[in-house]
Write a protein that binds this ligand. Sequence first.
Ligand SMILES: *[C@@H]1O[C@H](CO)[C@@H](O)[C@H](O)[C@H]1NC(C)=O
Ligand SMILES: *[C@@H]1O[C@H](CO)[C@@H](O)[C@H](O)[C@H]1NC(C)=O
Ligand SMILES: *[C@@H]1O[C@H](CO)[C@@H](O)[C@H](O)[C@H]1NC(C)=O
Ligand SMILES: *[C@@H]1O[C@H](CO)[C@@H](O)[C@H](O)[C@H]1NC(C)=O
Ligand SMILES: *[C@@H]1O[C@H](CO)[C@@H](O)[C@H](O)[C@H]1NC(C)=O
Ligand SMILES: *[C@@H]1O[C@H](CO)[C@@H](O)[C@H](O)[C@H]1NC(C)=O
Ligand SMILES: *[C@@H]1O[C@H](CO)[C@@H](O)[C@H](O)[C@H]1NC(C)=O
Length: 816
Amino acid sequence: MEMVFYFYSTCCFLVIFSKASTATDTISPSESLTDGMTLVSNDGTLALGFFSPGASKNRYLAIWYNNIPMQTVVWVANRINPINDSTGLLKIESSGKLVLQVQNTTAFWSSNTTVSVENPVLQLLDSGNLVVRDERDSNPENYLWQSFDYPSDTLLPGMKIGVDLRTGLGRRLSAWKNWDDPSPGDLTFGVDLEGNPETVIWKGSEKYIRSGLWNGNDFSGYPNLRWNTIFDDDFIWNENEVYFIQYLKNKSVLSRGVLNQTDSARERYTWNTGTQTWQLFGSMPIDNCDKYSLCGPNGYCDSNTFPACHCLTGFKPKWPERWNTYDYSGGCIQSKPLNCQKGDEFIRIRRVKTPEAIHTWVNKTMNLKECRTTCLKNCSCMAYANLDVTRGGRGCVIWFGDLIDIKQFESDDGQDLYIRVSASELMKKAKVKLGIILATVIPALSGFALVLWYVGRSRRKLKVEVEDKNVNDKENKDENEDMELAVFEFGTIAQATDNFSFHKKLGEGGFGPVYKGTLANGQEIAVKRLSKSSGQGVNEFKNEVKLVAKLQHRNLVRLLGCCIHGDERMLVYEYMPNRSLDSFVFDQTKNKVLTWSKRFRIICGIARGLLYLHQDSRLRIIHRDLKASNVLLDSEMNPKISDFGMARTFGGDQTEANTNRVVGTYGYMAPEYASDGLFSVKSDVFSFGILLLEVISGMKNRGFYHANESGNLIEHAWRLWKEGKPLDIVDGFLVETSDLSELLQCIHISLLCVQQHPEERPSMSSVVVMLVSHNELPSPKQPGFLFCKKPFEADCSSGDYGSSSRNEISLSLEAR
Ligand SMILES: *[C@@H]1O[C@H](CO)[C@@H](O)[C@H](O)[C@H]1NC(C)=O
Ligand SMILES: *[C@@H]1O[C@H](CO)[C@@H](O)[C@H](O)[C@H]1NC(C)=O
Ligand SMILES: *[C@@H]1O[C@H](CO)[C@@H](O)[C@H](O)[C@H]1NC(C)=O
Ligand SMILES: *[C@@H]1O[C@H](CO)[C@@H](O)[C@H](O)[C@H]1NC(C)=O
Ligand SMILES: *[C@@H]1O[C@H](CO)[C@@H](O)[C@H](O)[C@H]1NC(C)=O
Ligand SMILES: *[C@@H]1O[C@H](CO)[C@@H](O)[C@H](O)[C@H]1NC(C)=O
Ligand SMILES: *[C@@H]1O[C@H](CO)[C@@H](O)[C@H](O)[C@H]1NC(C)=O
């Protein structure tokens, strides 16, 4: 109904305006604009005239896009004073004041021009800014009045949102009440000046979504548009003004931000000339964790876990009973009082939206070390961070009192925040870590020869069996020795992904966002935009990618090529229509699709793919980030491991057995890897064990929640195993339809894979054999426990650590 009317009214506009258009962009005091006439900007992009929104019959003076077939209003003058007939008339008085009136009597709306000039003229600029200026003023940007100072719901490029501190003029967006009524709704967007400025969306007078502080690149809480090719963001903060502004990178693209009352969101649209529609490019909120202070004071929100709210390290829920029933309003309180005199320490939290910055202090030149010292000196300072993260980090912000509204990101969005903890808290952690190091490193060293012997022996012994199993694996061997690597043009990739638009985003991996794309020939692809430059040269990168592209196996995702653009690197893969394993296993409805026999086939496929990486390929790849979301499913639900070779191609500094850059995901990492950067094929085996448990149980190791038990999935499985009821862990509906002996065998294998000591874990070739044979298996020993409930702790974080965990250990030891 609405649509019908809407098209009808659009048609009428076109008809009336094409007849009556004045085809000029200025009005002088002797002229006026009446209902039915339009003022068109010089390049024809925008027009000023009268319109009726939606189903309403009211008339409003407004600016809209002139050259597109879809009525899109960007500014309304008389939002709260609609005209009820078509006698509206806009004129500019000789003083320069704009007056909108009806039947030359009532002024419905007028501009607040205070200065008067001799030769005022009204002009609609190509930017969409309606300005009054002195025709003879030598500076054409000396506006007496401009519509950009009084925004409606739309943010146009070049528009400032914020406050002019000299005049007190505040510029905010406010949403339309609804489609038929442009009067202001309760959703507004502007700059919050309290404390350190940042942008905020308000609902009425309540904060609804904070952006986090501007860190020189973007707002720490709204990072997902960083990669876009359409516009640049900037945030200016000086003694004269504070404002947020966007610039178009390509002036011929139509792009607008809009505050949408219906969706309670700030949205960004770009005009698609092909489909002749507005395409959603991005929106805020992205998830629930964006909502202001969802987890209460000193809590943090991670949408990748369930439940999403956690207390910061050193804090505990204020009201535990309520917290356990998902009422987080009380937030968290210190678990042990800080003892300022005895000396406190700081714990780094990575990848967060910085907390609300009302009670803060800043210094724009201090470095991080001075910042830390400053914070340490003042007992009420609770946290500090860099003000600007560009060029290695500059400036200092310190927070006093409760830390409010922290969101944790999975990949390298957000920024680092350092939180004060008592020295005893840190000592506790240091002890735990030292225990782990002693427990893993020493046996690992003494067992080193044993490992070599074991690996060598088992490979020789099992080779024959394994090759038998793989007789039908046609693609198993390295084929296409001379295969040329496809290098895609940036333009091709940008076009295939609609300029990396938000709605093409498939997800966000440890190495950067992944977009779906369609090449001109119709082929569907997945494009991974690597998020941080490894500093590799173009040729090194190409060679590395070429090597990885040669790894071909039916259980590995096929790498089609790469794209290099400036210092950006992208990898192009075949597209997997069924997305990833986690989207089935952990989904309460989709999990029914995966019967036990399908799951078993998937498990065997993953094991074979991993075996190929470890042994049969010439490269001997250790995956280092095997997890459910890295196992993709093709149209026939065949599993394909993705992101293999990433650590190698993109991991930076590493040696055979040790790395300074721990990559991986909390919940899947082997203890010796997470705590000491020691990796081997056995750390992959550990991750495989976890994955196996997750596929069997339908529960995530990370974010595991059980009503009357603490700990994680492994501990749970181990407990049940020892209690002699291992099958209790199986996803309920599987039990009825499964081969129970096969299930039991898989649980047994998974527990062997997650054993504490790497040398005790089976190799992948053994695992492949164990899966299909029904031989007696050794009893599993104690699994590796390196699991804390708080991913912020140095050894339990998710995703990419980015730096040495060794350093953090030495830091903890220093605290003693
Ligand atoms: C339109 O508005 C004017 C003044 O606001 C009022 O006098 C008039 O009755 C209205 N006409 C209709 C048809 O509502
Ligand atoms: C508007 O003003 C003009 C002259 O200023 C006058 O001739 C005309 O009658 C007025 N119209 C109405 C509807 O009052
Ligand atoms: C004029 O100024 C007043 C207060 O200074 C403000 O509320 C109003 O929105 C302004 N109107 C326009 C059209 O600029
Ligand atoms: C700008 O956008 C237009 C239309 O989308 C496109 O044709 C043109 O190639 C782009 N220019 C640049 C420099 O990217
Ligand atoms: C707001 O969102 C609704 C629903 O998604 C959409 O129909 C409407 O066009 C949007 N409004 C604006 C102003 O973009
Ligand atoms: C900011 O830090 C710099 C460098 O440490 C120092 O010289 C300066 O005095 C500080 N400014 C303020 C206002 O504290
Ligand atoms: C700590 O900082 C607060 C807030 O800036 C200030 O009021 C207080 O005086 C400071 N205390 C010390 C000991 O410097």
